[in-house]
Design a protein around this ligand. Structure first.
Ligand code: ATP
Length: 235
């Protein structure tokens, strides 16, 4: 198994947020953690990255326990995190943002070079000398994803990449995620945009109130309107 999250309980101070979350992923899959605002998606990602370590339970990446590791070690194992808040350096240019994020993959190779990233994101190539802070929201989202790819991850955690973007940009981001998957990168996607999530994923976990409420294939979720209505508030 590529990623195993086993019965994790995560807290912010005294607030108990995740109540026994478990999920599993095979290499090469795109799995979506779907849930509305405040359901616990970001907290699950923060738990996996070691940013907010679970108080109990285990997280195994390629069989190796990572739940007691600090974030830089988790990144070193091959997990890349694209946070929802688009953490780019606003006063660095696009290429500087990419350059500082460069890191070899766990196998010592560098599949993602600057040239390759520019091929993949032509918009960023056009804007290579522009300051990060002056990019549009969609371009900043692309740069955040591109920066994480420069770290040559094997597993990509994408936290709500469609958030706050215009429909046309959401479509572009969706195509990019599909291409990333085709490159053989395993993707765990957090989304509350049901249709975006279902278009991209092989399997779905639905989280609500810090617990996994449902898991199934994308096809099963599509056919189960009640589940979508109940947990996502979409009709
Ligand atoms: P969103 O779309 O809002 O990011 P989410 O599913 O990612 O939703 P989380 O960010 O994981 O949800 O939040 C889960 C719960 O944890 C929410 O009730 C939220 O209010 C709470 N929470 C998040 N961050 C903190 C924090 N730093 N301290 C205390 N509670 C927090």
């Amino acid at each position: 198994m590529f990623l195993q999250v086993q019965d994790i309980h995560t807290y912010y101070g005294l607030s108990h947020i995740l109540f026994g979350v478990s999920l599993e992923m095979n290499a090469g899959e795109c799995v979506c953690l779907m849930g509305r605002n405040g359901a616990g998606k970001t907290t699950t990602f923060r738990s996996i990255m070691g940013l907010t370590s679970p108080r109990s339970g285990a997280i195994l990446f390629k069989g190796q326990p990572v739940h007691k590791q600090p974030p830089f070690k988790v990144a070193h194992f091959g997990i890349g995190f694209v946070p929802e808040e688009r953490a780019i350096f606003p006063t660095l240019t696009v290429w500087e943002n990419l350059d500082v994020a460069h890191k070899l993959g766990t196998d010592g190779n560098s599949k993602w070079t600057l040239e390759r990233v520019y091929d993949f994101f032509p918009r960023l190539a056009e804007r290579r000398n522009q300051l990060g802070g002056t990019l549009s929201g969609g371009e900043q989202q692309m740069l955040t994803i591109a920066r994480t790819l420069m770290g040559n991850p094997e597993l990509l955690l994408l936290d709500e990449p469609s958030e706050g973007l215009a429909p046309l940009i959401v479509e572009t981001i969706g195509k990019l995620v599909a291409q990333i998957k085709q490159e053989g990168i395993t993707v765990l996607l957090a989304e509350q945009n049901t249709y975006f999530a279902l278009d991209l994923s092989d399997r779905v976990y639905i989280i609500d109130d810090g617990q996994i409420q449902y898991s199934g294939t994308t096809k099963e979720v599509r056919e189960n309107r009640d589940i979508i209505r109940k947990y996502m508030g979409v009709h």
